[in-house]
Design a protein. Structure first.
Length: 391
């Protein structure tokens, strides 16, 4: 690996690119109602756009990272991000649901290349004692997309139409391509990963159990998060401005949680951090089944929920990198895929709960999911695998 000190703009560049990806991936949450009204779709049908993205990401990300293991990191990261930008442009002009779903698959493929490689590059270029904080900084853009991007997409969609929300992603993505090419160092010489590494990781049951915790934890969140806009509309009577405000406040909590998660993981270790977050979510999310409540109570609840939700990533990624050795890019790709497996399962379960028990069942269902995540964490920690260290 190159020992030249990293460009001081490298981490901000990776974070900005993840910000754009966060808007394109999660902005659909704020578009559920206007997009559904325009294309004559139900809430559950529109929510399937997130499911399509999630499933495509889960299937394609590990495969594409393994297949492209011999290609220069800068080049393949630029290609992946370019695919994501193209998908946003196609979404903006999509005439129907079928085209939107195809665009979501392309977007998932591009993000599935870029995001895990960004984490692997950052982790490899900085010393181990800084790893959790550096990874938190790389994913700061994803959390910032919750503060600015998702509420902005929601406001734009309600005001000008959902197509303009995808146009915003295209406008921000284009200069990011230049930043990737100028700030990611050329000729990075990491030990390449291959399809055999992917097969090796997939065949390690204990390591896959550790990765799978990501899907369980994220799934519990997306039972509620996917349908937060219609829940607030039905129970609190919120429209465009109210929904955007709640998303913005939860986004602030996400940013604080992202920073807090890196600190907690470095200070107390991944197990205490992740266990504590599961316990807090078991208590917080069922409270959304008690809506309506006073608006100030709702804002505080949304803030705490998002803060504890986004504190999880740095601890889990640090745990997995320490286990992975030179296979870190593949493991991180599988971990990123697990995020979207969880999102797909969570959004699907949320849709089932809505059909069977109504919107107010989402909080209780999400709390039960968090309890399952705690059980999963306990089991995966007990069977913690012993893997090869980095060479």
């Amino acid at each position: 690996m190159d020992t030249t000190p990293p460009d001081r703009f490298l981490i901000p560049t990776l974070s900005l690119c993840n910000f754009v990806i966060g808007i394109g991936a999660f902005g659909i949450i704020g578009l559920v109602e206007p997009l559904g009204a325009d294309l004559d779709l139900s809430t559950a049908q529109t929510g399937q756009l997130l499911t399509a993205y999630a499933v495509a990401y889960a299937l394609l990300s590990p495969l594409l990272v393994a297949i492209t293991g011999q290609i220069g990191r800068r080049r393949i990261m630029a290609i992946g991000f370019g695919m994501f930008a193209l998908a946003a442009a196609v979404s903006a002009i999509a005439p129907n649901m079928a085209t939107l779903n195809l665009a979501r698959v392309l977007a998932a493929a591009g993000a599935g290349i870029f995001t895990p490689l960004a984490a692997a590059v950052a982790a490899a270029l900085f010393p181990a004692e800084q790893r959790a904080r550096v990874l938190a900084a790389v994913f700061f853009g994803l959390t910032m997309s919750q503060v600015i991007g998702v509420p902005a997409s929601s406001w734009i969609a309600y005001t000008f139409g959902w197509r303009w929300a995808f146009g915003l992603v295209v406008a921000i993505a284009l200069p990011c391509l230049w930043l990737i090419w100028t700030r990611v160092p050329p000729g990075l010489r990491f030990q390449p990963v291959s399809m055999s590494d992917l097969r090796d990781v997939l065949g390690d049951g204990r390591l896959m159990l550790a990765i799978g915790f990501t899907a369980t934890f994220i799934g519990s969140q997306y039972i509620l998060f996917t349908y937060i806009a219609p829940l607030l509309s039905a129970t609190m009577g919120f429209g465009r401005d109210g929904i955007a405000l709640v998303l913005m406040i939860s986004g602030v909590g996400a940013v604080i949680g992202n920073v807090m998660g890196g600190y907690l993981s470095d200070r107390f270790g991944w197990r205490i951090t992740l266990t504590s977050l599961c316990l807090v979510q078991i208590c917080i999310m069922p409270m959304f089944s008690l809506l309506p409540v006073a608006e100030v109570q709702l804002m505080g609840l949304a803030f705490l929920w998002a803060m504890c939700s986004w504190s999880f990533m740095a601890a889990q990624q640090t745990r997995l990198i320490n286990l992975a050795g030179h296979r870190a890019p593949v493991v991180l790709a599988l971990n990123a895929a697990a995020i979207y497996v969880g999102a797909a399962i969570g959004s699907a379960l949320g849709g089932i709960l809505i059909l069977g028990y109504g919107l107010t069942s989402l909080g209780l269902g999400a709390g039960a999911g968090a309890a399952l995540a705690l059980i999963h964490l306990t089991l995966s920690a007990r069977f913690q695998p012993v893997t090869r260290s980095a060479s």
